[in-house]
Write a protein that binds this ligand. Structure first.
Ligand code: ADP
Ligand code: MG
Length: 397
């Protein structure tokens, strides 16, 4: 479904649900993490992309402070107060928006009520960040409705806060930043120390296959916390042995890791190698893209996955099966796990003309090892969140 079709459908559903015309509409895409795994909380770098599916959020103001919110895909409605946005127990999906209402509301004196509806073509929970697409599209549309003008980073923080405080998910800022700053055929490079964001050319010869495994490690939260803990422990060690300031693993080079790893407990040393190596790969990856060398970039993706396997141990049998299958297909340029790991999805870099043939070959090889299929979806690096013209769908239909 194209963005225009999504917008038209959302507008039609809005009119049907509320029997009135929309006043504002915004679109925000999902995202894919391409290189730089577990680097965000180590104050390092990530290369990601906004993708060609997203969420459309439409709204119109009401006189009072009551908000009526419809999840267009589910055709369920939640109501809440704009003055006292509190998490909903009944509609967990509404919490992402209620949190955004709290964030946008904090920017003005008198929060106003609205009728709102959203519709998405991002698969939920597939590692493509449908949650950020929802928060960012809601944040943009509701800011316009209320006449406030948060910066893109403000919007990203409003989304993150919504996710932390209302949905109970302790996410970083990568998802929201990617959704906001994406550009067609470019990757978003984020520095998680300065929050400086730039885009680098990927070109039109690149597409991604997102392979969702449906695997999820039972103890994923505990594993994640343990990884963070080891990274912090390692940073403290390097701060004592290196002559320059170290506040996070971002400040440690690969050569320094090799030289000083022995003074550290072996497990923490191994864990630290992953974000340190990833930071280095992101910097090299950016150069590969500047040189137009997608093949070399793809090799860095494979190295990233090897590092996950060897050092961070955040892969699993299913993700390894995708990457091993990808390696056997000469048309594939690179592959790695994407996101937190311990299950979830792997991302595969290919030429757009090879989508069909590689998807079939990957699926076949994956099934042979795992015994059932994975979900494969082709995605392209696409433009970021923006407002939509509310008069357009009416004219088109
Ligand atoms: P991801 O962000 O990777 O897709 P999350 O678990 O972070 O996975 O977010 C998915 C949740 O976001 C869903 O379970 C739902 O509560 C909410 N959500 C996002 N988009 C929609 C949508 N279009 N309709 C209903 N709920 C949505
Ligand atoms: Mg999410």
């Amino acid at each position: 479904m194209t963005k225009d079709t999504l917008h038209q459908k959302a507008a039609a559903k809005f009119r049907e649900a509320f029997e009135r015309e929309p006043a504002v509409a915004a679109y925000a895409p999902g995202r894919v993490e391409v290189l730089g795994n577990h680097t965000d909380y180590n104050e390092g770098f990530v290369l990601s992309a906004a993708i060609d599916c997203g969420t459309c959020f439409i709204a119109a103001p009401t006189d009072g402070t009551t908000c009526r919110l419809v999840a267009g895909d589910l055709m369920e409605m939640a109501t809440f107060s704009a003055e006292r946005p509190t998490p909903s127990r009944r509609h967990s999906w509404a919490n992402y928006v209620i949190g955004v209402v709290a964030g946008v509301g904090a920017m003005q004196r008198r929060p106003k009520g609205f009728d709102g509806l959203f519709l998405s073509n991002v698969p939920l929970g597939a590692g493509l960040s449908s949650s950020a697409a929802l928060e960012v599209s809601a944040g943009m549309a509701l800011s316009a409705l209320h006449g406030v003008t948060p910066s893109a980073l403000d919007l990203a923080r409003i989304g993150q806060r919504a996710e932390h405080d209302y949905a109970g998910v302790k996410c970083g800022l990568l998802d929201q930043i990617s959704s906001l700053f994406g550009e067609p055929d470019r990757l978003v490079m984020t520095d998680f120390r300065s929050l400086k964001v730039e885009t680098v050319p990927l070109g039109t010869d690149a597409a991604f296959l997102m392979c969702r495994t449906h695997a999820r490690h039972a103890l994923v939260d505990g594993e994640y916390n343990a990884r963070r803990h080891h990274c912090e422990e390692a940073a403290r060690h390097f701060a004592t042995v290196l002559p320059h300031p170290v506040t996070a693993l971002r400040d440690v080079s690969w050569a320094e890791w090799e030289q000083h790893r022995d003074g550290l407990n072996p497990l923490a040393a191994r864990r630290a190698a992953h974000p340190i190596g990833e930071n280095d790969r992101v910097r090299r990856g950016r150069q590969c893209l500047a040189d137009g060398n997608l093949a070399a970039f793809g090799q860095l993706m494979y190295e990233s996955h090897e590092s996950s396997q060897k050092y961070f141990e955040n892969s699993c049998e299913q993700l390894d099966a995708v990457v091993a299958a990808a390696r056997q297909i000469p048309l594939v340029l690179g592959a790695r796990l994407s996101g937190g790991g311990f299950g979830g999805s792997a991302v595969v870099l290919i030429h757009p003309r090879d989508v069909e043939v590689v998807s079939v070959a990957l699926q076949k090889a994956y099934q042979k090892v795992i015994g059932h299929p994975c979900d494969i979806r082709a995605i392209r690096a696409s433009g970021g969140a923006h407002m939509l013209d509310v008069t357009a769908p009416a004219a088109a239909s």
